[in-house]
Ligand binder design. Sequence first.
Ligand code: NDP
Length: 488
Amino acid sequence: MKLEHYIGGAHVPSVSGATFATLEPATNTEYATVAAGDAQDVEAAVAAARTAFTEGPWPRMPAAERAAVLRRIGAAIESRDDRIAAIECRDTGLPITQARGQAHRAAQNFRFFADVITTLGENVYRVASAQLNYVVRKPVGVAGLITPWNTPFMLETWKLAPALAAGCPVVLKPAEWSPLSAGLLPEIMEEAGLPTGVFNIVHGIGEEAGAALVAHPDVPVISFTGETGTGQIIMRSAAAHLKTLSMELGGKSPLVVFDDADLERALDAAVFGVFSLNGERCTASSRVLVQDTIYDTFVARLAERAARVRVGSPDDPATELGALIHPEHYARVMDYVRVGMEEGARLVAGGEPPTGLPGGNFLSATVFADVTPEMRIFQEEIFGPVVCVTPFSTEEEAVRLANATRYGLAAYLWTNDLRRTHRMTQVIEAGMLWVNSQNVRDLRTPFGGVKASGLGREGGHHSIDVYTESHIVHVATEDLPIPRFGVA
Ligand code: NDP
């Protein structure tokens, strides 16, 4: 299998001819060769997108016409649901049932932003001193979209849909470890009738292709999802051109369980929250904080449930936990398991590859109990099926522990005490909180984190804000008195 860049409506190899190989996480065998782009390929893609911006119809098209194209993109995705899910499952190691859910969400992203762009108004301010001020939203220009390897297709479309809805041509740099599903986007865009040059892909290594995109002066906006450290590098480079940045970064999200909660449901949410999507999920509830009165019981039940999570071949519909993305990432996750044991945390489930699955990046659902805030496994994002459990006794201690990392993406609170709920939601440092619920998203609501988990929000009109500039026009409706300088 061979995958090339898609620039100005054509599939092209790298100017340098360079390629890289991708591995199948379930077996670690190579199965595709992908063009490895560098600054020259990025230059060509940005030039194509720039022409589409300055000369093409897309940025000037009425919102309703753009929305019609977006809806056709949604339909084209839907008609390929099974193919997208199968490719994604093979390329990422995600269980097939979960890959299907992600493909479904990708189609929804386009339909949703078609609705957003057709219902979004612009503001008018009537000023008492006989002025009418109105705001015009304009697409910013070429948008650079840089995405990570977990749930690649869904995250790519989460950026593509609003950028295109806003009228921006785009250059997408997919993740190097899971580039394959993006390979379906050119035919999807063509089938939907997106004008040539509006959608471009440059594959490649982040430090080369991604860095060149960030550094390019004709790309005024970068939307990035990935690690906090990469986000910091991108901010430094983007500062040279004062680019608009949207940063969705790492997390170490707490799930806090009080003894008055519905413990059965809290347990379901804790297991789902950290072991779905292979634990390779930015909003994973990777720290479970449990009130001391129920701690021993909860830990025992969590361990029991984790031991029963079905680890298996990603393409088996019965599999709940598939193969981690890459041997390098797998080694990193396994190293955290070793660190956890060395730090004195109590391993109560998993910690080892399951038997009978040789060759792939498999790890049983892993639970560490008695984890303390100084431990690295409490502080650092593991991004795998590993959960840390920590006891607390009071509400104040729960808040302190919840806030005790540098991250602030999501938090999950399980309690039936109404007043406590509202006290805690005010002081937990997280961009998104769920109360007595697992992670369920409505696409209208702001998505993003605080502290080291990100900058800015996407979702609903927040995404459109990223890809548009507001121009304010001030019009005098009567002769206003003008201070007369230089007449004396
Ligand atoms: P990385 O930060 O390693 O990579 C993300 C993307 O950035 C990849 O396409 C990567 O290319 C590229 N990249 C790497 N270096 C540079 C650079 N110097 N300049 C420009 N681009 C670069 O993240 P991962 O792919 O490892 O994804 C996992 C991370 O993503 C986790 O921290 C996770 O929490 C976070 N994430 C956050 C989400 C959120 O919404 N907050 C959602 C999902 C994930 P390459 O593939 O070649 O490395």
